[in-house]
Design a protein around this ligand. Structure first.
Ligand SMILES: [Mn+2]
Length: 333
């Protein structure tokens, strides 16, 4: 085991990947991180909550399935030429305490857990859902941990859906509402929000009105295919060092590649294309993230959970490559 690794991981040639207790990507449990590697740069945690869904339930089993599937996620990124272990101290902080019988009480519980986790000023958080409702308390925690920036965080959002519905059946904290709540609270700046991957039919022609009225940049999957990558490139260039939160709904990927999700619609990113799109965010200053909506019971082969593990790897690699290129990260100057 090399001494200059910031994350100490079991050697797969000495301890096979199929043995031992599963953590995300085999990262150490937060309480097992040695003092030299604290505070950790990123703490991952599960949020096994799916009571806020509008269609298929089952995302509460996402964190466990992703921990299991991600045992085979390795650590050297060939395209970015960065080894996550060398640059980042990474840990699995377990699961947030969830309250499955109330969407709003659960949001409070997840926020209370996330706001104080590890070192709030230096450790960034990546939440693994759970349904997309869990993004709201996680965005709120990221905003608070970054010192409550007045104009809010920038937002990079991958999804089939806008998730800016005001209320469904009287509930305001469903998985269709995290971004309207975050915009209302000033946690994110809609004028620095990019949503990528919208596809499939919507309920009405007015479903995009709220986002467009507030200045969200919306890039449908078809637009991305038709040369829209330059919209992402321009957006990332304009953001420069602005602190951004990345929210990733696995349903932006085509159900042919990620069938295990709750509100599937066809005609989306292939797994290779989503890696291309994520890699193109290189340079963005990502201060918090989530990966949500994996329903392992809908995917007998667990491809969706493995893909989610790779998406987590891609997100962390963006921060690793940014730091390894010498761009100072807040809290680590
Ligand atoms: Mn969503």
């Amino acid at each position: 085991m090399s001494e200059n690794f910031r994350t100490r991981l079991p050697d797969p040639r000495l301890q096979p990947r199929f043995a031992g207790i599963s953590t995300f990507c085999r990262y150490p449990r937060l309480e097992d991180v040695e003092p030299a590697h604290q505070p950790v740069d990123w703490a991952l945690f599960g949020v096994p909550f799916d009571s806020a869904v509008t269609y298929r339930p089952g995302a509460r089993f996402g964190p466990r399935a992703i921990r299991d599937a991600s045992q085979y996620v390795k650590h050297y990124h060939t395209e970015h030429d960065v080894d996550l272990r060398e640059v980042l101290s990474l840990a699995d902080a377990g699961d947030a305490p969830v309250l499955p019988y109330s969407c709003s009480a659960n949001a409070d519980s997840v926020f209370d857990f996330a706001r104080g986790l590890a070192d709030p000023s230096r450790t960034r958080l990546l939440a693994v859902g759970g349904d997309h409702s869990i993004a709201y308390p996680c965005i709120k925690a990221a905003w608070e941990r970054r010192g409550r920036p007045e104009r809010g965080l920038a937002m990079l959002h991958f999804d089939s859906h806008l998730d800016t519905v005001d209320a469904i059946l009287g509930e305001r904290f469903t998985h269709a509402s995290p971004f309207i709540r975050a915009i209302e609270d000033g946690l994110i700046d809609p004028k620095r929000m990019l949503t990528v991957g919208i596809k499939g039919p919507l309920n009405t022609r007015h479903d995009l009105d709220y986002a467009k009225k507030h200045g969200v940049t919306v890039l449908t999957y078809e637009q991305w295919r038709g040369g829209g990558q330059r919209v992402i490139d321009d957006f990332v260039r304009t953001l420069a060092d602005d602190e951004a939160y990345l929210s990733f709904d696995i349903d932006c990927i085509d159900p042919a590649y990620a069938p295990g999700t709750g509100t599937p619609s066809h005609g989306g990113f292939t797994s290779f294309e989503i890696f291309q799109a994520l890699r193109s965010l290189r340079g963005a200053n990502i201060v918090g993230a989530d990966v949500v909506e994996v329903l392992p019971d809908r995917d007998v082969n667990q491809n969706t959970a493995l893909l989610a593990g790779h998406v987590i790897f891609e997100i962390l690699a963006l921060d690793a490559v940014r730091r390894s290129l010498g761009t100072p990260a807040p809290g680590r100057e």
